[in-house]
Design a protein around this ligand. Structure first.
Ligand code: NAD
Length: 298
């Protein structure tokens, strides 16, 4: 962990990014906080109100449906509504812009689809996606944010009545019966294996990277939380972007992802999110040729 001023750390991180051959950006809930999706461990936050031992697995959800349908409606609405209304923030857009300068694979624990929407082309969603449902037979179908907005509205009405039937009807886009059997959100719950092939591809990317940018994750949810130490054990450098200090050694850029990542993009490549065309035209790294000769990939 560094005690040097942020400016020096930012320059150091930018240099490492420019020199990297293969980057993994590993993200958690914090990268989407500035899109209006709360992290789960905020004080008085989501897990305080909906304890995971009750709400983060299928048997617990079935028990809640039986015993407290209005509260279950509230739980689903709080999960669905912020993602339904979210849009990528400058952090997602900066991550998407990095790939125009270096090869980048995004490994995300988030289920909000915002990296893809921002334009990242290689995204592994190891905890699944709320924008997809999967059937008991293994097939998946995509949902739109419009589907989620309609679900959130219906949940609000169902919650007010406390009726189980209305709750199940409100949830029909996420949970139900089709000609392919039952279906459910394609989201990994507690005790379930991570989504494949995303998890296998994520681990391969981690083995192959020489730089990992770890953004907005508390590092508490296993097995995902083991990825940074796996990368480090294989010789990759780690850079953390988070207001809170990281759990393991690496360069820490303290702050919100929506401010730090665009600053890193500017420092490394002289570009704004979405503005790498300018960087292409002006010629990358004019001032850094000496330092970076032979390392930069276009
Ligand atoms: P977490 O809630 O445990 O930790 C969030 C981290 O983000 C903390 O380290 C916090 O300091 C940091 N943070 C908060 N605001 C930030 C900001 N503006 N910029 C950068 N960092 C910021 O989240 P987690 O480690 O991802 O684990 C929670 C689990 O819940 C994950 O599996 C995740 O999939 C899921 N989750 C997903 C979403 C989503 O899809 N957007 C939202 C909440 C939780």
């Amino acid at each position: 962990m560094s005690e040097r001023p942020v400016g020096d750390d930012l320059r150091e991180a930018a240099l490492r990014l420019r020199r990297a051959q293969q980057v993994v950006v590993f993200t958690g809930a914090g990268v989407s906080a500035e899109s209006g999706i709360a992290t789960f461990r905020d004080e008085g936050g989501f897990w305080d109100r909906f304890p995971p031992e009750r709400f983060a697995h299928v048997p617990g959800l079935l028990a809640a449906l039986r015993d407290e349908p209005a509260r279950l409606a509230e739980f689903f609405r709080e999960v669905v509504a912020p993602i339904a209304h979210a849009a990528p923030n400058p952090a997602h857009r900066a991550i998407a812009a990095f790939e125009q300068a270096v090869p980048v694979v995004v490994v995300t624990q988030n289920v909000d689809g915002l990296h893809q929407e921002a334009g990242s082309s290689h995204v592994h969603e190891i905890h699944g996606s709320l924008l997809a449902v999967r059937s008991a037979l293994g097939g998946t179908a995509q949902l739109t944010r419009g589907d989620l907005r309609a679900t959130a509205r219906a949940l609000e009405q169902a919650g007010a009545t406390g009726s189980r039937r209305r709750l199940l009807w409100a949830l029909r886009r996420l949970i139900g019966l089709s000609h392919r059997g039952t279906y459910r959100p394609d989201v990994v719950m507690f005790g379930e294996p991570l989504r494949e092939p995303d998890w296998a591809l994520a681990r391969r990317a981690v083995r192959e990277c020489d730089l990992m940018l770890v953004v907005g994750t508390s590092g508490l949810v296993m097995p995902a939380a083991g990825l940074p130490s796996e990368a480090r054990a294989r010789g990759a450098r780690l850079i953390f972007v988070d207001p809170a200090p990281p759990e393991e050694p690496g360069l820490w850029l303290q702050g919100k992802a929506g401010a730090v990542l665009p600053a890193l993009l500017r420092e490394a490549f002289g570009a704004e999110p979405g503005g790498l065309a300018r960087f292409e035209l002006e010629g990358l790294l004019e001032g850094d040729k000496e330092a970076d000769r032979g390392h930069v990939r276009r």
